[in-house]
Design a protein around this ligand. Structure first.
Ligand code: ATP
Ligand code: MG
Length: 202
């Protein structure tokens, strides 16, 4: 498998994108010899439908700013162009068609991989792409190894990376509380958040 060309897809809400996302993507690029990582901001994440999220155009712009200085990172508007809920199965089918000769890895953190059985068409999803699962503080792989991983054993790969305790939720809370977010997000993202006064209110 390592002989073949491979790309990574990094899905997320990115509200806002932070260094945990960027480090995850870079470690995946390195460990799995990916040609590029495509960041896909979720337009209408079905699992966050009852939460207030920043307009996707702004999350897309922040993702662009954060990835601009890395030639191996690109950002896709594919989920922004699709009306309705953003399902990963539709996204991976799109990339499967677009990159027929590539291995495709969908990059996730530990919390996300543990939820995939609640996503649309998990079995089909697992057949189309491989999954990369990274450690994340507060989430143990114990359950994954027991049930879930047994089921999809050949389709999930574990990623080595330093555990990073940064989350978008924590960043939003910090901003609301007037705390610094420096060194947690790319400086261009920090400037964008300040300029548009994001996350100050509920
Ligand atoms: P929120 O708190 O709003 O859910 P988040 O920080 O979890 O935000 P998402 O956009 O939900 O960010 O995550 C996108 C992907 O990145 C998911 O697969 C998630 O598991 C992964 N991820 C996010 N932060 C980290 C981190 N610090 N370490 C490892 N993986 C992470
Ligand atoms: Mg999350």
């Amino acid at each position: 498998m390592s002989e073949e060309q491979a790309i990574g897809i990094m899905g997320g809400t990115f509200d806002p994108i932070h260094y945990g996302h960027l480090m995850l993507a870079d470690c995946a690029l390195d460990q799995f010899k990916l040609e590029q990582v495509i960041f896909v901001p979720s337009a209408n994440p079905p699992h966050k439908f009852n939460k207030k999220i920043t307009p996707v155009e702004m999350r897309y712009e922040m993702t662009l700013l954060a990835t601009m200085d890395n030639p191996y990172f690109t950002v896709s508007k594919v989920e922004m162009k699709r009306p309705g809920s953003s399902y990963t199965i539709d996204t991976v089918k799109y990339f499967r068609e677009r990159y027929p000769e590539y291995q495709i890895y969908f990059i996730t953190g530990a919390d996300t991989i543990l939820e995939i059985d609640t996503w649309k068409s998990p079995n089909e999803l697992m057949q189309i792409v491989y999954f990369i699962a990274a450690v994340r503080p507060g989430y143990s792989f114990e359950r994954l190894e027991k049930e879930f991983y047994q089921k999809y054993r050949d389709r999930i790969f574990f990623l080595e990376m330093p555990e990073i305790g940064i989350s978008s939720t924590d960043i939003r809370n910090r901003i609301k509380a007037g705390k610094t977010i420096k060194y947690q997000v790319h400086p261009a993202v920090e400037a964008y958040i300040k300029k548009y006064q994001l996350y100050l209110k509920e």
